[in-house]
Design a protein around this ligand. Structure first.
Ligand SMILES: *Cc1c(COP(=O)(O)O)cnc(C)c1O
Length: 409
């Protein structure tokens, strides 16, 4: 047997690709932090002010979440042992799900190891080859991956383009009628998926109009509220609640790792939906349950978000957002019109985003450049995120450091 020559060895092949990424300004590296996630982080021995986390309410290092996790470790240990369907389903997961259902005003909820696991489990559980899946162009990678896994016929509409959505809904409805029921009597399904607040752009989906359209064409709607939950609506219930669209989306998705300060993902919806998913969602069935302490911490986060402290934190957050927006607008950055804690500074060229990020780091601010494949090529940006824990002095400091960086367009 001839030995593989050096040129086709694994490391040689991969190194060539890495070198290419580097040449394109797209190579990524991990940046080790030796501090908790928070506003002040320790990077390479230097203290930086963090404007990049999704810990919007400042709960990731909150004493109540830490205490909840500690108590749960004492009572339930660390590991969950197996999938919840195999070795018993621990109390903290049930408490968390009851709280999530109440929070979102739905019949039931189901928690997963991550938001990523939600999307890659739920979409293939609900849809298969004879079904139709319609996505906004900018939905999160986990939804794209779940869509591909499902095998459903996939159509993408331009970001927030209602005419494009309607066209695809009409097409799917026509196809579904033509196909009719299969041998077992199952009718083709049509599902629309969008985010409420888009993760890399900070703008909102036109949810009221999307709801009208999906109802007109007899489709279902799944809304990913990863960046809406905890921030909008009464008690932070989300953008659907803020827009009075409660009960109009069949499937509400969220993460426990952003505003709630812990880790994991969830679905809220009808009892039938939740029971179906725990029988069919493979990322739920074939994965060890999250540690009970993480569920307990998430529960503390859900409760905190609804408390008067939660209201206070949201007030602080939106004040800081307003301050940062006003300052950035004065520096000629174009920002999404909607109220959002995500403020993307689109600089375009990858190298330029990396350079700007480095300059800000030298000035004491941690804001990594967001590049392809997280966003489209040539759409590189600094994604500023604001937290309730930022002080107005820190926001002013960032604006000062940004001065002279405007004129991106
Ligand atoms: C972060 C995110 C997810 C994934 O959630 P994780 O809990 O981090 O896996 C899903 N959708 C959107 C829009 C997100 O921003």
């Amino acid at each position: 047997m001839p030995r593989a020559d050096n040129k086709s060895g694994l490391d040689t092949v991969l190194q060539a690709e890495l070198d290419l990424l580097k040449a394109q300004g797209l190579r990524r590296v991990l940046r080790r932090l030796d501090s908790p996630q928070g506003i002040h982080v320790q990077l390479d021995g230097k203290s930086l002010i963090n404007f990049s986390s999704n810990d919007y309410l400042g709960l990731a290092n909150h004493p109540q979440l830490k205490e909840a996790a500690r108590l749960a470790i004492e009572k339930f240990g660390v590991g969950a042992g197996a999938s919840r369907l195999i070795s018993g389903s621990l109390g903290p997961h049930h408490e968390l799900e009851a709280a999530l259902a109440e929070f979102k005003n739905t019949e039931a909820a189901l928690s997963f190891n991550s938001g990523y696991a939600v999307a890659t489990g739920v979409l293939p559980a609900l849809l298969g080859k004879g079904d139709y899946l319609i996505l906004d162009k900018l939905v999160h990678a986990c939804i794209v991956d779940g869509a591909r896994l499902s095998g459903a016929r996939l159509r993408v509409f331009a970001h927030n383009d209602l005419a494009g959505l309607e066209e695809r809904l009409a097409w799917a409805r026509r196809q579904a009628e033509q196909a009719g029921a299969d041998a077992s009597g199952r009718l083709p399904r049509i599902l629309v998926v969008t985010e409420s607040v888009f993760s890399m752009d900070g703008d909102w989906a036109p949810l009221a109009e999307i709801v009208v359209l999906k109802e007109r064409y007899g489709a279902w709607l799944m809304v990913d509220e990863a960046h809406g939950t905890g921030l909008y609506g009464p008690k932070g219930r989300g953008l659907l609640a803020e827009l009075n669209l409660d009960g109009r989306a069949e499937i509400q998705m969220g993460t426990l790792g952003k505003a709630f300060g812990a880790s994991g993902g969830f679905i809220c919806g009808s009892r039938a939906l939740i029971e179906y998913l725990l029988n069919r969602a493979r990322s739920f069935i074939f994965s060890t349950a999250p540690p009970p302490a993480v569920a307990a911490a998430a529960l503390a986060g859900v409760k905190l978000a609804q408390s008067s402290e939660g209201d206070q934190r949201r007030r602080m957050l939106w004040e800081r957002v307003e301050q940062l927006r006003n300052g950035l607008a004065g520096q000629n950055w174009r920002l999404p019109p909607e109220k959002s804690a995500i403020l993307p500074l689109i600089v375009g060229e990858e190298e330029r985003a990396v350079r700007l990020s480095r300059q800000l780091q030298e000035a004491g601010f941690f804001i990594p450049a967001i590049r392809h494949p997280t966003v489209a090529r040539g759409q590189a940006r600094l994604r500023l995120t604001v937290s309730a824990s930022h002080t107005s002095g820190e926001v002013a400091g960032l604006l000062e450091a940004m001065r002279g960086q405007s004129g991106a367009h």
